[in-house]
Design a protein around this ligand. Structure first.
Ligand SMILES: N=c1c2ncn([C@@H]3O[C@H](COP(=O)(O)OP(=O)(O)OP(=O)(O)O)[C@@H](O)[C@H]3O)c2ncn1[C@@H]1O[C@H](COP(=O)(O)O)[C@@H](O)[C@H]1O
Length: 108
């Protein structure tokens, strides 16, 4: 796991019990799962908009910025549910080398 993902995972875990007045992440936990999911939805839409706009404005920085917002809020969602990025990375690792076409065919 990359260093920043590991460091951020630790900070997010420490924010589960933190004071919402001094932590944005604690505010998200305090507002609950529905609010976190709303943020994930909003950030997803912002990624789509930035990615589509980049075809015309070539603003790749905006795509990176919005994707970072989405990854961050997705990490908060995982943390809220008692999951970690390592769980997702392990699933990607399990799939590694298995062609999407083969995987789909194996579903029968
Ligand atoms: N990586 C991030 C990060 N990325 C984005 N954001 C915040 O996510 C919010 C993005 O929401 P929007 O763009 O929708 O802005 P907004 O309209 O003001 O947000 P809302 O009021 O609608 O929720 C902003 O407040 C950003 O500052 C982040 N907040 C925190 N982190 C990391 O989380 C750590 C802990 O943060 P705190 O809990 O605040 O200390 C930080 O040290 C950072 O490493």
């Amino acid at each position: 796991m990359s260093d920043i993902i590991e460091k951020l995972t630790e900070v997010l875990s420490s924010r589960r019990q933190a004071d919402p007045d001094s932590s944005y992440v604690a505010q998200l936990h305090n507002k609950g799962l529905d609010h976190i999911l709303k943020k994930v939805g909003e950030e997803s839409a912002e990624v789509l908009i930035a990615a589509k706009a980049s075809e015309y404005d070539h603003n790749r920085d905006a795509v990176v910025y919005e994707t970072a917002d989405l990854w961050f809020h997705t990490m908060v969602m995982l943390s809220h549910l008692g999951l970690e990025p390592a769980d997702v990375l392990n699933e990607l690792d399990r799939r590694f080398g298995l062609s999407g076409i083969e995987e789909k065919a194996s579903r029968g």
